[in-house]
Design a protein around this ligand. Sequence first.
Ligand code: C2E
Ligand code: MG
Ligand code: MG
Ligand code: MG
Length: 288
Amino acid sequence: ESKKSGRNCSTLFIDKMATEAAELLKLERDISNAIFKDEFFFVLQPLISSVTMEVTSAEALIRWQRGDTIVAPNDFIPFLEESAMIIEVGDKMLTKVCEFLVQLKQRGLLTASFKIAVNISGKQLSEADFIDKVTTVLRKYQIAGHYLEFEITESVALDNLKDTINKINELKQIGISFSLDDFGTGYSSLSHLKDLPVDKLKIDQSFINDINVDKQDENLVKSILQLAVNLGIVTVAEGVETKEQVEWLKENGSMLLQGYYFSRPILPNEFIEKYLISKDEVTTLSQR
Ligand code: C2E
Ligand code: MG
Ligand code: MG
Ligand code: MG
């Protein structure tokens, strides 16, 4: 009896593994095809100044148009990162963002203080010719470096700290700014922060979630905000979803806010329409 169900169980298990392996294979094949078919695109999410409540910049977030469905980065970036494909896809993203900046410039919608933030994977940053690639694309599209910001995570930054610091400094020379993404989720965050020449610190959404609920998270975010002030680094609160969070963050000095409360990531054309042409959207939202 128990032997029989055990056999059934393991047959099911093997079936399940076979199915998963087949799906994985298909996913990997589809991803490499997606590069050739140019199925990756980006959406934009605004960053809002907590002081003026105006949109100061936007983060470009990658999406994959896989047939009829739009796939979120967490479901394919890990596969790209395992192979060298992340480099190709990352380069392409940067090109697409530059093309978009050119479009804004030509339409007279690009103000000097606006920026687009691009997420940069560790594999990209550690490439020997990363800086060459960046300067080449900026020159090709005639875009000044200050229109770009690169988001890196702590794990990437600490991987090869010395090389990272050198590269950041070199790219900062051409005007590109840097932010440390998902701050607080890595380890030894505080000790290395003073060595990293980043301009912004993005407090991970997991801490922002509970600022009005959990006293510990509230204190943690307060001390991160204080630390950033002391280091002269601009803070960004990620994953802001409620009015209460906005009020708390304003009061406690988070300089920039990003999250569904203001906007989900939207298509570039929609972003232009909402935030660069009819600029009153955020004010309307924040007055809800
Ligand atoms: P991230 O850079 O920390 O991006 C923030 C993520 O939080 C985005 O998810 C965004 O849609 C989501 N988010 C924003 N506001 C809210 C909110 O109020 N509530 C909640 N629950 N979520 C919010 P997304 O677009 O799925 O991106 C996930 C991650 O994928 C990014 O995290 C980033 O690490 C990575 N990623 C995205 N685009 C790229 C890219 O072009 N290159 C690389 N290497 N990684 C990318
Ligand atoms: Mg990011
Ligand atoms: Mg983040
Ligand atoms: Mg994240």
